[in-house]
Design a protein around this ligand. Structure first.
Ligand code: PHE
Length: 470
């Protein structure tokens, strides 16, 4: 697919803007939405957490998504070379992003394996006489089984990314994402119509602000980064496969909106059922693996709903995990001119090895803690979502807001120098603005707000929350 008449291989490209939106939304919508978001909502006071989350999506999520996609499409490069092109001093930002994709996939695949296990279980039917806490504990404490499901998940992931950007990632996302939405709506209708569902709805609507503390705010911010796949170079790389004539601004706004809708829908699908069966919303990570199977085993049509539910979680997870290595793969392809298959193989193998300790941190390595209370699995998650992604986010704001061709700045009055003359709505028309507006063809009316958020609000807010929590 890569050969061209010229000497250089042609860069991979999406076949359509829809394909790009589906692939980027596929990357964004994942375990972050279906597994993490509902349990974080349950643990952090229901709708109070949702409010903080929405606030961060609007102020930080959309602002950064626009900036990150603009770098990718403008430079047509992988994150490492793209940041280096902006300034050689920024190369580390790209490296950090590419590496964090590897870190995320290494433990994400462990949960991906759990989904496969539950999918198989739901085929054999959920059984109301089973104690699902025991089922989960027995499963995760069995190193062989953990290793097996983790490995199967990795193989599926490998097969898809090895098929290429268009035939693998885009095709798969274009089919799975719409299917996921339909399935989610089905599950939500079923749980909302359960007796006693209203209490769960109330939990999602009536905020308990007393539950909001610093930790909640950091986790809401970390969750925005994680859920939108921000600051790790995934959006940048996907943006670099986008055609120049497509409207990247619209896509950059659409993706966070789709992602947030799915997260909220997931909470609406799960919480009413949790309340209807008088279970605790604060279960944390086991919410999906203990609480939900318990519910499915008791609910009318529970087996079918359970199967559909775990299938949809699997779809969401796989369309995310296939995007995680893309930053690093594109680096090897662009920079070292490796062929895609080799890059996919080497990166997958490396990530797989890195993931083994996470897969074993529920059994053999259970008592091995890197930080107090954090197993290797927990540590990987903490490192990626609460440290690397926010640091990558601040660096992204600084790169586009302040450094790239002098940053986003207003044209000075009376300035007649050649570069400053060229302006867009009063701003110096640099590569970032040209890219976002397709060279002035697309209206970017919110440019002043975006510039303010990007240069001031986002970096200061991210830094403040980050330091406060360290
Ligand atoms: N956004 C994905 C999710 O919600 C996770 C992800 C993070 C994917 C970073 C790619 C890069 O599950």
């Amino acid at each position: 697919m890569n050969s061209d008449n010229n000497q250089l291989p042609k860069r991979a490209q999406w076949t359509s803007n829809f394909g790009f939106i589906m692939a980027a939304a596929g990357s964004a919508v994942g375990l972050g939405n279906l597994w993490k978001f509902p349990f974080l909502v349950g643990q952090n006071g229901g709708s109070a957490f949702i409010f903080v989350y929405l606030f961060f999506v609007i102020f930080i999520g959309i602002t950064l998504a626009i900036a990150e996609i603009a770098i990718g499409r403008s430079t047509q490069l992988n994150p490492v070379d793209a940041y280096e092109k902006i300034s050689p001093r920024l190369k580390w930002v790209g490296v950090l992003g590419a590496v964090s994709g590897v870190i995320i996939l290494s433990y994400y695949a462990v949960v991906g394996g759990w989904i496969l296990f539950y999918l198989a279980k739901s085929l054999l039917s959920f059984n109301s006489s089973l104690d699902y806490t025991k089922v989960f504990d027995e499963y995760t404490s069995n190193p062989g089984l953990q290793f097996l499901t983790f490995s199967i998940y990795f193989i599926i992931n490998y097969e898809i990314i090895a098929s290429g950007v268009q035939k693998g990632i885009e095709k798969c996302s274009k089919i799975l994402m719409p299917a996921l939405l339909v399935m989610m709506i089905l599950v939500t209708i079923r749980t909302l119509t359960l007796d006693g569902a209203a209490e769960g709805v109330e939990f999602l609507l009536k905020p308990d602000f007393a539950k909001l503390d610093k930790k909640t705010i950091l986790s809401a911010m970390g969750q925005v980064f994680f859920s939108l796949s921000l600051g790790v170079g995934t959006l940048l790389t996907f943006g670099s496969y986008l055609k120049k004539e497509d409207n990247m601004l619209r896509s950059a706004v659409c993706i966070p909106i789709i992602d947030t809708l799915v997260a909220i829908l997931a909470a609406v699908a799960i919480m009413p059922a949790v309340f209807a069966y008088k279970l605790k919303p604060t279960a944390g990570p086991p919410l999906m693996f203990i609480t939900l199977p318990t519910i499915f085993s008791k609910m009318p049509l529970g087996n079918i709903i359970g199967f559909v539910f775990f299938a949809l979680v699997f779809f969401a997870a796989i369309t995310s995990s296939i995007s995680m290595l893309e930053a690093l793969i594109s680096f090897f392809v662009d920079h070292y001119k490796w062929d895609r298959t080799k890059a996919v193989r080497v990166n997958t193998a490396m990530t797989y090895l890195l993931g083994i300790p996470s897969a074993l941190s529920f059994n053999i390595l259970k008592d091995f803690h890197i930080l107090p209370d954090k197993t290797i699995f927990d540590f990987m998650d903490f490192l990626a979502s609460n440290i690397i992604m926010p640091v990558g986010g601040i660096a992204l704001c600084i790169a586009v807001g302040w450094i790239w061709e002098g940053g986003i700045r207003r044209v000075k009055i009376n300035d007649t120098s050649a570069t400053e003359k060229d302006s867009y709505l009063g701003y110096v028309n640099n590569s970032a603005i040209k890219e976002i507006t397709n060279n002035g063809k697309i209206k970017f009316t919110m440019i002043s707000i975006w510039a303010f958020f990007l240069k001031w609000l986002c970096p200061v807010a991210i830094l403040a929350i980050f330091i406060d929590n360290l």
